[in-house]
Write a protein that binds this ligand. Structure first.
Ligand code: TA6
Length: 303
């Protein structure tokens, strides 16, 4: 079945005419496009990845590279990749895909529904023979995106097997900024972090975060709300989270951006990642038949 027929078949089953349409997106990959008075938004079945969210009166809040791949086996560069069941490089397995394997596979569209002032889109992925070659667990992972005047992302992991699951998880959100060099990231003052640009050394954040070089930090044991203060776009973006004990902040800066084929040479200036996560010592443990969730709420406001 080609992507158009897959998209049109799914649109028949799940589409809400004039509001939420299942379409053939980039490179023939199936996406759900939401158009309502509260938000324009998009989520791809590839990676279960939210790629756009634009509330009225604001430009795009999420960032997407203009050089992104839309191919199975590669993560879409931008939006909100789902990192699971490990974050970054897999300990002891240099050949394993970075950030786990769910962000590079097709997920299943489970539902599209009106909820409150928004549209809820749920996508699901489960273990299969290919995942079990990498990671033997049995699981069901659902991402529920609620596209309204706020963007709510619910990560729902269920252990469908008979053995306990231990996994890392992150919602690796990319945000658009006017100029990252003028942007302040507020909310992590006096929070310890591991500095991945300095041999993972443990440091203490003093004041707001300013980006003036490659920045790659895993903030520890924090559930605080983060605010991206953007004087160029004259807006602030609030990221509130529940049941997430880490926050990762990343900007590749010049050299790292140049080294990434799916990152335009100057795109680093217009993005920053703020990633609710549970990684390292905050790895999540799920007993058989149990469920673990992580929720993120994103809102934009004028400065
Ligand atoms: O979240 C920050 C990070 O772990 C960085 O170290 C950088 O690797 C980034 O993720 C992007 O990773 P990716 O595999 O998507 O290129």
């Amino acid at each position: 079945m080609n992507a158009m027929s897959a998209a049109s078949e799914l649109n028949e089953r799940f589409g809400l005419p004039g509001t939420a349409v299942v379409v053939e997106g980039n490179n023939g990959h199936t996406a759900v496009r939401v158009t309502t008075p509260q938000a324009d938004a998009e989520i791809y079945l590839l990676g279960g990845q939210v790629t756009r969210w634009k509330p009225p009166g604001f430009g795009e809040v999420l960032w997407l590279s203009g050089h992104s791949n839309y191919t199975v086996g590669k993560a879409i560069r931008g939006g909100v990749p789902v990192c699971f069941p490990w974050f970054g490089a897999r300990a002891g397995d240099p050949r394993a895909p970075s950030h786990g394997f769910v962000r590079t596979r097709e997920w299943r569209l489970e539902s599209i529904a009106r909820t409150g002032d928004g549209i809820s889109v749920a996508v699901v992925t489960t273990n299969d023979s290919s995942s079990q070659l990498l990671w033997p667990a049995e699981f069901e992972l659902r991402l529920r995106a609620i596209f309204g005047s706020q963007l709510t992302l619910q990560f729902e992991l269920t252990n469908t097997g008979e053995k306990a699951i231990e996994a890392e998880a992150a919602l690796h959100a990319y945000f658009t900024v006017g100029d990252v060099r003028e942007t302040l990231i507020q909310g992590l003052d006096q929070t310890e972090y591991l500095d991945k640009t300095d041999s993972n050394s443990r440091k203490m954040q003093s004041c707001d975060i300013r980006i003036s070089s490659e920045t790659d930090r895993v903030y520890l044991d924090t559930e605080r709300e983060i605010e991206i203060h953007d004087p160029v776009l004259k807006r602030r973006v609030r990221i509130a989270k529940q049941r997430s004990r880490n926050t990762v902040v990343w900007n590749p800066w010049i050299e790292k951006a140049h080294s990434l084929a799916d990152f335009g040479d100057n795109e680093w200036q217009h993005m920053v990642c703020v990633e609710p996560a549970n990684v390292g010592s905050n790895v999540i443990n799920v007993a058989p038949r149990e469920q673990r969730t992580m929720t993120v709420r994103i809102a934009a406001a004028l400065l």
